[in-house]
Design a protein around this ligand. Structure first.
Ligand SMILES: Cc1cc2nc3c(=O)[nH]c(=O)nc-3n(C[C@H](O)[C@H](O)[C@H](O)COP(=O)(O)OP(=O)(O)OC[C@H]3O[C@@H](n4cnc5c(N)ncnc54)[C@H](O)[C@@H]3O)c2cc1C
Length: 254
């Protein structure tokens, strides 16, 4: 089975700085593999161990994104494809069209796996766009995937229910974090990953220019949070009593 997994090199939200007007400083911000993409890689590896074959990981982004590819290779993916693009000027459809072009060039694939949304901008638009551009069925929010021969049964995690669907192979799918527990690579695997092949492509050359969603991000700002910063002093008994009193006054305790 040939499995493609899309991994985003996302902004590390724990390291993100805000400017004086509360806007995130994205230029030069630290990055990491988008959190749920670890689940996407893990699911690719799980399918490979059940059906044999190959797991190929794809990233669209700046040169730094290769770190994320290497992390996926250390987890056990066989090879990587790096699509060079400026992450600050691309949009969701542009990302999907570059991924689709790269996947087509190195395919065909039986399954294309994304996660439900990236841990930074979390639009959730790339996976369905990718399915459409590749001309395959798309199943979103998978919490279980079983492939048997030419078809697959997928359980979709919806807000208050689980929906089971069947689709033919090939298909594209986005996974939710409950689908599996991502593995941690060992030191040996991290060292071996540096020897695995990474193909380099230019996003501007492989995907037609002008393919953009028409959606424009007009502003990005942090959510203002109002905190009261109540300091409680005194010994354990006194502090506990004051804390209970403060929580009751706030209506937290009835
Ligand atoms: C400053 C700034 C301006 C922006 N302006 C626009 C704009 O004008 N219009 C617009 O539509 N968007 C805009 N974006 C959003 C940005 O283009 C998207 O974040 C990006 O294209 C796709 O990420 P996403 O969060 O939408 O992915 P999602 O759809 O939430 O990601 C879901 C999954 O798709 C896959 N995936 C997503 N991106 C990649 C990738 N780069 N490489 C490999 N796999 C990937 C991963 O599996 C991921 O888990 C802007 C972002 C920034 C930071």
């Amino acid at each position: 089975m040939k499995i493609a997994v899309c991994v985003k090199h996302a902004v590390d939200e724990a390291e993100l700085r805000l400017d004086t007007e509360g806007r995130p400083v994205l230029a030069g911000a630290a990055g990491k593999m988008s959190t749920f993409d670890k689940n996407a890689v893990e699911e690719g590896l799980r399918l490979k161990s059940a059906h044999q074959g190959e797991v190929v990981v794809f990233v669209v982004g700046a040169a730094e994104s290769k770190k994320t590819l290497k992390e996926a290779l250390a987890m056990g993916a066989d090879r990587g494809v790096f699509v060079a693009a400026d992450p600050l000027v691309i949009d969701a459809l542009r990302t999907a069209s570059m991924l689709a072009a790269a996947i087509r060039r190195s395919g065909p694939y039986d399954v294309v796996i994304c996660s439900e949304g990236s841990s930074d901008t979390y639009t959730g638009q790339v996976p369905p766009m990718l399915g459409e551009l590749l001309g395959v069925a798309y199943v979103g929010y998978a919490r279980k995937i079983e492939v048997t021969g030419g078809s697959a049964r997928v359980e979709r995690s919806l807000e208050d229910s689980v929906e089971a669907v069947e689709t033919s192979v090939p298909f594209a799918v986005s996974v939710v974090s409950e689908i599996n527990e991502p593995r941690y690579p060992t030191l040996v695997q991290i060292m071996q990953a540096s020897k695995k092949p990474i193909e380099e492509l230019n996003g501007g050359e492989i995907a037609p220019p002008g393919t953009i969603s028409g959606v424009e991000v007009v502003s990005m700002s942090s959510q203002p949070s109002t905190r009261k910063h109540v300091m409680i002093e005194g010994g354990p008994d006194e502090a506990a009593a004051k804390l209970l009193d403060a929580l009751s006054r706030e209506g937290v305790l009835k």
